[in-house]
Design a protein around this ligand. Structure first.
Ligand code: NDP
Ligand code: DGY
Length: 328
């Protein structure tokens, strides 16, 4: 008589695109429990949901720390996050317990770079202000001095963190006639030649760029990196863009820089906290465009992210290769 194989237990912390859920249900190796909502799972439910799980498919809004790992218990083999960023996970604790981690690099690079360029153009060319003026009757005539902004042609762009997304942003911006591309980071990149990138110290980048685009990962080194000292070195005509993580920026210092004219404008796809409270001072500023963390939000990208995160999870459960395993 054939032994009945026990299904492994998986907890998915949110409603995800069907491509991912389908792969898991077809694999026949796990039984899936899910927080079946578009809104985040409350912490108590999350801790309950992961109890005894062999695998967890989580999002960047779920804090994966020692408490959660303890709640999951010794069965846990794999955590697969539906994101490329992994700053929400206590990697040292995860490593200590020998748990494998999957993430979703590359598949969201184009969508995030595209959105970052859209945000840059929106902030630099004052698109939300213009749309608002059309609606509120402020558009009285074509006026030579009205709603002028800053163009990319002939400009210097500084990319803080020329990784996958930083490079994809720089490539796209080249097509707008950017003259110089500077970048900063821990190490010079051989592939920077693809965009004629010049590796410079952060201070040089900040002082010489007309557009400063932050696309680095959040680490202890980059946390709070964009602060008063940073903004004070920027040109008064420069535009600041962040599509990495909110806590890379000191938002009080950014508010000061924007409200006193120390810098021209900012565009943020990420904030701290998320959501940004609707009474936050940054939202009172016309020269600050804030988006709700939608860098990777295209239908196809989210579908592929879900698929990849499911494949990663299955690899971790079965002890086989994961298509995108985070090695640490
Ligand atoms: P990569 O790992 O390819 O790039 C991260 C880059 O950060 C690396 O080039 C690294 O450079 C750089 N970096 C690390 N430390 C520093 C530092 N101290 N100063 C400057 N740069 C530094 O990741 P991705 O490009 O795929 O993603 C980057 C980040 O974008 C993610 O971690 C995530 O936080 C964010 N993201 C946001 C999205 C959104 O929706 N807004 C969507 C997807 C990602 P080096 O190698 O020299 O250390
Ligand atoms: C990520 O993947 O890290 C983004 O922030 C969301 O796609």
């Amino acid at each position: 008589m054939q032994a009945v194989q026990q299904l492994m237990k998986v907890f998915i912390t949110r409603r995800i695109p069907p491509e991912g859920a389908k792969l898991l249900s077809q694999a026949g190796v796990c039984e899936v429990a899910q927080w079946d909502s578009d809104e985040p799972v409350p912490r108590a439910e999350l801790l309950k949901g992961v109890e005894g799980a062999h695998g967890i498919l989580c999002l960047l809004s779920d804090k994966i720390d020692a408490e959660l790992l303890d709640a999951a218990g010794p069965n846990l083999k794999v955590i697969s996050t539906l994101s490329v960023g992994f700053d929400h996970m206590a990697m040292d604790e995860i490593k200590k317990r020998g748990i494998r981690v999957g993430y979703t690099p590359d598949v969201l690079t184009d969508a995030t770079a595209e959105l970052t360029v859209a945000l840059l153009l929106a902030a630099a060319r004052r698109l939300p202000e213009g749309v608002e003026e059309v609606k509120n009757g402020g558009w009285s005539s074509w006026k030579p001095l009205w709603l002028c902004g800053y163009g990319l042609s002939g400009s210097t762009v500084g990319v803080v963190g020329l990784g996958r997304i930083g490079l994809a942003i720089a490539k796209r911006l080249k097509a707008f006639g950017v003259k110089r591309t500077l970048y900063s980071g821990r190490t010079a990149k051989a592939y920077a030649g693809e965009v004629g990138g010049e590796f410079v110290p952060l201070d040089t980048l900040v002082a010489e760029s007309d557009f400063v685009v932050v696309s680095c990962s959040l680490t202890p080194d980059t946390k709070g990196m964009c602060d008063q000292a940073f903004f004070s070195k920027m040109k008064k005509t420069a535009v600041f863009i962040n599509s990495s993580r909110g806590t890379v920026v000191n938002q009080e210092d950014l508010y000061q820089a924007l409200s006193t004219g120390q810098i021209a404008a900012a565009g943020l796809d990420v904030t701290a906290p998320e959501p940004l409270p609707t009474d936050h001072p940054l939202l009172t500023l016309k020269n600050c465009v804030v988006l709700p963390h939608i860098g990777s939000a295209t239908y196809s990208t989210r579908g592929v992210m879900a698929e990849l995160s499911a494949q990663n999870l299955l690899g971790g459960l079965q002890g086989t290769d994961m298509p995108s395993e985070l090695t640490f």
